[in-house]
Design a protein around this ligand. Structure first.
Ligand code: CTP
Length: 405
């Protein structure tokens, strides 16, 4: 249903999994999609262009120029509602990550204005290589969708991670995407997100800050916007670009400024997610001039900042959902649940600093979601985009539960 009439460009690259692509095309066509197939030269070692041309009912192209004819990659890139690169070999992945353009698949990819879905396929050793991991992060950061690899028998004869997702899973992935797009779960919902660190000025050139980059909160804001919500992002000093132009970004520096912006926006908000790493204290006085070096020690008296989450929790109305974060190092779940109750939140995203690859500065995170109904969802280490999606799914479940009470 969701794929009926959809125009799909399939790029096939050199991996043994290419033998499954005629079946993939067949299933896409059966679901009502119109498919055009491109393949790299290496792909033709694993699957016949004739088979792909037959099932797609259109000629298959490999080169930007075929003899005297030029294959218009810009036109194809604009024609598509989605581009799928399946299987995506390690070599093609590296090209996509770096903008290389030495074949038609890469040229159409670079010209594509539609969403791109990448289904990697390679042996496990290649899949877990740091360069492959970095390339996956890179292509994901460009907004592409990665269709997760499967575990199983590999071309090497070994068993492990790296198999291309099965054709029916790729079709399902696309169908789910188009279904979500049509039926945005958060259409009409107003969301507020705080993200990043805060800087508390000591004098005109120094501040007290923390290592938060804002990546997690920005990923949440972008996911909310992608699901159709109208998003206000109150962002502390962060160097991470906000890609989605639909997001209204309010730049702030200090905890006080963040407090003011968040409390102003909150009354008109359905869902508030406070992911910022807010400084608990600020210097009591801000020196008007640069503090000169004097004695062996320097005392700076700090005073407490207002707790934004707790303040919003106090004025929260029925129907508003409030989500906080907790960074704990001991008795993590108990402390997070204390915060949930004390700040009148509906859900807490518990970050554990103990896990490698999680927390400040990383592209991945590992969190546990704890909600006011006793729900506990421990998520694996995954990309911040996936974590953002899981957080929003959990919020949607909470919202749904409230409606049905
Ligand atoms: N928070 C906030 N305003 C503050 C401090 C924290 O809104 N002044 C929010 C954070 O955005 C986060 C949650 O409160 O959603 C928990 O932050 P955390 O620093 O873990 O908790 P604290 O309450 O500051 O407790 P502690 O530092 O003692 O663990």
């Amino acid at each position: 249903m969701q794929l009926a009439g959809k125009k799909i460009v399939l790029g096939v690259t050199g991996s043994i999994a290419a033998y499954k692509t005629p079946e993939l095309v067949r299933q896409l066509v059966k679901a009502g999609a119109e498919v055009r197939v491109l393949m790299t030269r290496a792909a033709a070692d694993f699957v016949s262009p004739l088979a792909l041309a037959t099932v797609s009912k259109h000629p298959v192209h490999s080169n930007v120029a075929d003899g005297a004819a030029w294959n218009n990659h810009v036109e194809l890139g604009r024609w598509a509602d989605a581009m799928v690169i399946a299987p995506c070999s390690a070599n093609t992945l590296a090209k996509l990550a770096n903008g290389l353009c030495d074949n038609l698949v890469c040229a159409v990819y670079l010209s594509a204005v539609a969403p791109v879905f990448i289904a990697p396929a390679m042996d496990e050793d290649m899949w877990i290589h740091p360069s492959t991991k970095a390339n996956i992060q890179k292509v994901r950061s460009y907004g592409n969708h990665i269709i997760p690899v499967a575990h199983g028998e590999l071309a090497s004869g070994l068993v492990g991670e790296g198999r291309m997702a099965e054709p029916q899973d790729i079709v399902k992935h696309l169908a789910d995407f188009f279904e979500k797009k049509n039926d945005s779960a958060l259409k009409g919902v107003k969301a507020l997100v705080t993200a990043g660190p805060t800087y508390e000025r000591i004098d005109p050139v120094r501040f007290i800050g923390n290592f938060s980059t804002g990546k997690m909160g920005i990923a949440i804001a972008e996911r909310l916007a992608a699901e159709g919500a109208a998003v206000t992002l109150v962002l502390g000093p962060s160097h991470v670009p906000v890609q989605d132009t639909r997001i209204q970004v309010v730049h702030v520096e200090s905890a006080e400024e963040m407090y003011t912006a968040a409390t102003q926006a909150f009354p008109d908000t359905d869902i508030a997610i406070l992911s910022a790493a807010v400084a608990d204290y600020r210097p009591e006085e801000r020196a008007p001039e640069k503090i000169k070096k004097q004695g062996d020690t320097l005392d700076i008296k700090l005073v407490k900042n207002k707790d934004i989450l707790a303040s919003l929790g106090r004025v929260k109305q029925a129907g508003q959902l409030l989500v906080g974060f907790a960074l704990e190092t001991t008795n993590e779940v108990a402390h997070a649940l204390d915060k949930l109750r004390a700040k009148n939140a509906d859900m807490i995203v518990l970050n554990s600093l103990k896990d490698e690859g999680a927390g400040f500065g990383h592209d991945t995170n590992k969190v546990t979601l704890l909600d006011k109904n006793g729900g506990v969802e421990a998520l694996p280490l995954q990309g911040k985009q996936e974590v953002a999606a899981a957080i929003i799914n959990h919020i949607l479940k909470l919202k749904h539960a409230e409606k049905t009470v």
